[in-house]
Ligand binder design. Structure first.
Ligand SMILES: NC(=O)c1ccc[n+]([C@@H]2O[C@H](COP(=O)([O-])OP(=O)(O)OC[C@H]3O[C@@H](n4cnc5c(N)ncnc54)[C@H](O)[C@@H]3O)[C@@H](O)[C@H]2O)c1
Length: 347
């Protein structure tokens, strides 16, 4: 566990030497302020004098109003181009902190300190940031490399089981698109076991970094990571509009489910592998098998960032570990899929 264990020591060096003179600002939400900030400051004393900006936890904070609040705060405390901005939190804090530091003075130094499994294995890696806008997921954002990402596992001690399993959904997606051996290990474990397994976390971090390093600006290879995400983002946006409590990983699990079905219908994904994935998701995640409101979902799917010239584009699986990006999917394909799933649970 060299990679993860050395992470805090490196951060300490950066803060105490490389950024010694800089003004430091730490973004937290109310939960990470309580559970993680004291640990961080206890380990890195130079952060005792940092300015703390606290936002409300949860996806509902990931919007332009919170960006406005943080920017005003930065101006009030006289943050300048040399300021170092640390995002200490889950994917929500990471996404909004990355975005603010990418646009303030056209970019200030951003350090990621992820505190959820989701943020450690995914959100804080690869520089994608942003906020939701007009009820659409991640509608505004940039791709800007953080100066450093510090994955310190002891932060996870206060994370509840739901949030650990939530992060595991992205680990499962990563294995499905990029590493069949990793999936073969994961498929015998529960999401909670996956999300608590340091070796698997480290493997996922390395895998995601390798994919991102080949295509930082998301023009080709990196798009394999979008598997499950057309539906996930549509489901999250729809959930927000009706105040339904769902986390990103829970939406990704549903997305994997629907997009595995599309993979079979459109790319001939094999029956054996199909059963394996569908049975795993059905067993371990809540997946409703319909969508009464499929028309609303279609509306949200229309805004997906992968779509081009009014056509739906998905990343689907030809086989486990062998994804195909930019697959054209018709509205009729999606409607047929959703209407074929008959139950009466909402999302
Ligand atoms: N940029 C990317 O590449 C990328 C990738 C994946 C997900 N995301 C985004 O990440 C967000 C989801 O992230 P998340 O699942 O981490 O959710 P989150 O950031 O909302 O955190 C979940 C909950 O855990 C709490 N929390 C965080 N750390 C804690 C700790 N150590 N102890 C106790 N409580 C803690 C938070 O306050 C929150 O209530 C979504 O907005 C998603 O779109 C972005």
């Amino acid at each position: 566990m060299k990679y993860l264990n050395d992470s805090l020591i490196s951060l300490q060096y950066i803060i105490e030497h490389e950024c010694k003179e800089a003004k430091k600002v730490i973004l937290v939400d109310k939960n990470t302020k309580q559970h993680c900030l004291p640990i961080l400051i206890n380990k890195i004393k130079a952060l005792e004098t940092a300015h703390i900006i606290t936002i409300e936890p949860g996806e509902k904070s990931k919007n332009n109003y919170t960006v406005d609040y943080i920017l005003r705060h930065l101006i009030d405390i006289g943050a300048d181009k040399t300021t170092v901005f640390l995002s200490v939190g889950g994917g929500m804090v990471s996404d909004i902190g990355g975005f603010v530091s990418a646009i303030y003075y056209r970019g200030i130094c951003h350090i990621e300190v992820p505190t959820t499994t989701m943020a450690m294995v995914d959100a804080a890696i690869g520089g994608k940031n942003g906020v939701n806008f007009n009820s659409l997921k991640n509608q505004i954002g940039t791709i800007t490399k953080p100066f450093y990402t510090c994955c310190y596992l002891p932060f996870l001690k206060t994370l509840d089981d739901r949030n650990i399993a939530n992060g595991a959904a992205e680990m499962i997606k990563l294995a499905l698109v990029a590493d069949k051996d990793l999936w073969n290990k994961m498929k015998t474990m529960t999401p909670l076991e996956i999300g608590q397994n340091e070796k698997l976390m480290e493997a996922c971090i390395e895998l995601k970094e390798a994919i991102v390093s080949e295509d930082f600006y998301d023009t080709e290879k990196r798009q394999i990571l979008n598997f499950g995400h057309n539906f996930a983002h549509a489901i999250e946006a729809f959930a927000m509009s009706i105040n339904f409590d769902i986390q990103h990983g829970e939406a990704v699990a549903r997305g994997i489910y629907y997009e595995t079905m599309l993979s079979k219908n459109i790319l001939g994904f094999s029956n054996t592998q199909y059963d394996e994935v569908i049975n795993y998701i059905q067993k371990h995640f809540v997946v409703s098998r319909t969508i009464n409101q499929y028309l609303q979902l279609l509306d949200y799917l229309r805004f997906d960032k992968k779509n081009r010239f009014g056509t739906y584009r998905f990343t689907l699986l030809k086989e486990i570990g062998c994804p195909q990006t930019n697959v054209l999917v018709s509205e009729a394909d999606i409607a047929t899929l959703l209407l074929s799933l008959q139950t009466n649970i909402n999302i």
